[in-house]
Design a protein around this ligand. Structure first.
Ligand code: HEC
Length: 118
């Protein structure tokens, strides 16, 4: 379990490091590709607020900020992402081309980042 989180995080770091499209050939089937999708959407739409923690946004990988949110469960977090959180989390995180599944992948990515051991 822990090592799987580590792997997902590792792919995330590879994406950070190379800024994009050098995805290592898929080793883990759909788990990996959905992690890559989530990382991509996160980087393009969510990072502007969630990397810096602007306006109180829970920062990527910040266990203290994410712990109580993760405890609410993925469904509620996804719902909050779709409708937004007043006043500063915009609906769909401003990714208006994103499907609910796309947003779910980004939420998964954020949840895993906070759950991974560092
Ligand atoms: C304009 C800045 C901004 C962008 C862009 C943004 N967020 Fe947020 N997000 C916030 C802020 C601020 C909060 C904290 C809201 C609060 O708890 O008051 C937040 C909270 C959240 C939460 C926790 C909601 C909860 O119920 O606790 C999730 C999940 C989330 N964002 C996902 C995303 C995703 C996924 C994206 C990209 C698709 C995204 N955000 C883009 C600002 C942003």
């Amino acid at each position: 379990m822990q090592s799987r989180y580590g792997l997902v995080l590792w792919f995330g770091l590879v994406l950070f490091g190379c800024g994009g499209n050098t995805s290592p050939s898929a080793e883990q089937g759909s788990a990996t590709s959905s992690a890559n999708l989530g990382a991509e959407i996160y980087q393009n739409y969510c990072a502007s607020c969630h990397n810096s923690g602007i306006s109180g946004a829970p920062k990527l990988g910040d266990k203290q900020a994410w712990g109580p949110r993760i405890a609410k469960g993925r469904d509620l977090l996804l719902q909050a992402t779709i409708v937004g959180v007043q006043p500063s989390m915009p609906p769909k995180g401003m990714c208006f081309r994103c499907s609910d599944d796309d947003l779910g992948a980004a939420v998964d990515y954020m949840m895993l980042s906070a759950a991974a051991e560092r």
